[in-house]
Design a protein around this ligand. Structure first.
Ligand code: ADP
Length: 238
């Protein structure tokens, strides 16, 4: 069943058209890979889905409701959470406080004690259990990236939007990250997954969408998309 449906999403920044009539659909329990050359509109599309950027035209439906004009806060409550390409932890808080803060203001708006308990559970899940009490400033890049995922998971989203969470990681860290992303699907979440590494996306994704210059270029099963001459051309030409 369709969980998210973007129809004709267009986003203009002054004279720049970052997205032109983009369609994208995510079904329940599906990992959808979103790829395309630099500047093709991937992050802008995530921001229109999360609600941090208003669309210039088009509609976004989530769980059967039109959320095109909903605030980011409302969308988070409805079950959409995202990570940022550059992690944005709260620097003066510990690792577990960073996750707990999300729970306290999240869908269930739990109290501090329950939020900290939840944070510890989620940190175990992403492999950061032993860092719960650490300062975020002491974390490595890979740990900060996983903390960013933990903060998103702690909101119990139905749909999680991952923006380049494996960027800059070494192969063994990236392998852990891929396992973690696959486990989100097992836990019943749907995922939109942007990554520079198209091969990594194709390994994990049930379906892929390719954007080029703000437009849909191709979508379908990863193997078919990677074989599509238009996709090869966009990457080699780009
Ligand atoms: P990608 O994530 O695929 O690299 P982006 O979504 O970041 O692409 O960017 C798509 C296009 O929109 C680019 O041409 C970029 O310069 C432009 N763009 C993105 N954000 C802004 C902004 N805040 N103001 C002006 N132009 C922007």
């Amino acid at each position: 069943m369709s969980l998210l449906r973007c129809t004709g999403v267009t986003k203009r920044f002054g004279g720049v058209t970052a997205l032109a009539e983009v369609d994208l659909e995510v079904n329940e329990g599906e990992i959808v890979g979103l790829v395309g050359p630099n500047g093709s509109g991937k992050t802008t599309l995530l921001s229109t889905i999360a609600g941090s950027l208003p669309v210039s035209a088009g509609t976004i439906e989530f769980a059967g409701r039109d959320i095109t004009r909903s605030t980011p806060h409302h969308r988070a409550h409805a079950g959409i959470s995202r990570t940022f390409q550059v992690p944005r932890p709260l620097p003066s808080f510990s690792v577990e406080e960073n996750v707990a803060t999300g729970c306290m203001f999240g869908r269930d708006s739990m109290g501090r004690t329950a939020a900290l308990a939840k944070a510890r559970t989620v940190l175990e899940l992403v492999g950061l259990g032993e860092h719960a009490g650490s300062e975020v400033g002491k974390l490595t890049l890979h740990e900060r990236k996983f903390l960013e995922i933990a903060r998103a998971i702690a909101l119990d989203p139905q749909l999680i939007l991952l923006d380049e969470v494996l960027g800059g990681l070494n192969p063994s860290e990236a392998a852990l990250g891929m396992e973690l992303i696959a486990s989100l699907r097992t836990r019943g979440m749907s995922v939109i997954y942007i990554e520079h590494n198209v091969r990594a996306v194709s390994t994990l994704a049930d379906r892929m969408y390719v954007l080029n210059q703000g437009r849909n270029l191709a979508h379908g099963l990863p193997a078919d998309v990677l074989d599509d001459p238009r996709v090869v051309e966009a990457y080699l030409g780009g």
